[in-house]
Design a protein around this ligand. Sequence first.
Ligand SMILES: [Zn+2]
Ligand SMILES: [Zn+2]
Length: 391
Amino acid sequence: MDAKAAAQERLNSIRQSILDLSHKIHANPEIANEEVQAAAWISEALAEAGFKVENSYCGLATAFSARIGRGPLHVAICAEYDALPGIGHACGHNIIAASAVGAGIAAARVADEVGLTISVLGTPAEELGNAGGKILLLEGGGFAGVHAAMMIHPAPFDTATPKIIAASMFEVRYTGKEAHASAYPERGINAADALTIAQTAIGLLRQHILPTDRIHGITTSGGDAPNIVPAYAAARYIVRGQTLEELERLRPRVYRCFQAGALATGSTLEIIGGDKPYSEMIHDSDIAALYRRNAELLGRSFVDQDAASSRAAASTDMGNVSRCVPSIHPMISINSLPAVNHQREFTARCVTESADKAVFDGALAMAWTAIDLAMGSGMRNRLLSTGTAKP
Ligand SMILES: [Zn+2]
Ligand SMILES: [Zn+2]
């Protein structure tokens, strides 16, 4: 039996258990850095399959590393498993986690014979938008020795090289002073007004930014009662640009809008976070082409990114990985339309028959791609000679 057939046979034998894992994670959504159960379930499944597991990897409580094989080419498969506040697994990270487990176990079946070392890396807190798990793992040397990295992400369409732009999330806090809003308003400093001014300034700024830039946010605190002048207001914003460079050009302009609110009202401003932005994704076109061919062999059809949506552009800390290691982050269809990511309706679509098929196809396409990387001498030599991720 050839290596790919052997990997497929192994995946078939664990089909039900990886689908059960996907459903179990989906039924117990845990938000960023609180993915205690998901991390435990996933790493236990890998330990049972013979992987050597290291929990709390690089000091991150809900990260793990699971490694198997002794081949020279070290491929990492990234598992995400954080949910979104309030709407559960509306980004389908249960599918990412289960497919990573499936891919790891399927590739492990032939790892030594084709010359692979396989790591499944549990990477928490992708949804944060700043200092995501992969960024902290990269800083901690968690990708050291890895020659190539991959994961799949559920979406309405299959795309091999989706548009993934840079992003930076930060929190804004204004502090003013309370006062009776009617009896002694002149003694108050209105922190909520500061936020209103900032939002107005950002609205005006939008005319003068690149069409590919993004600025979006929520108010997380804006006062407690209409008869108390708000002494505190807070917001969380994400700024995005096509590249880290474009992002860094935009970010100070947005900060100035927030400073305008402080200046006008006399509030004090504090900006927290934004220090560990997500990079745009540098897709490895060779690995992406191999993944696409393998997925097409499973009957999947890919759409041109622009046909899917010329506007669609998300961000992920896999972008930061792609700066250090040749990487791919294909989107895999769960046939969700009209539902799209980060909608409640999408949450419901992440445990359907199409979602389960995505878990299985994604796992097999990744396992086959890892085998291709090890067995194609040109590809293998290129990856081995590029060197591995530095700590
Ligand atoms: Zn998401
Ligand atoms: Zn996601």
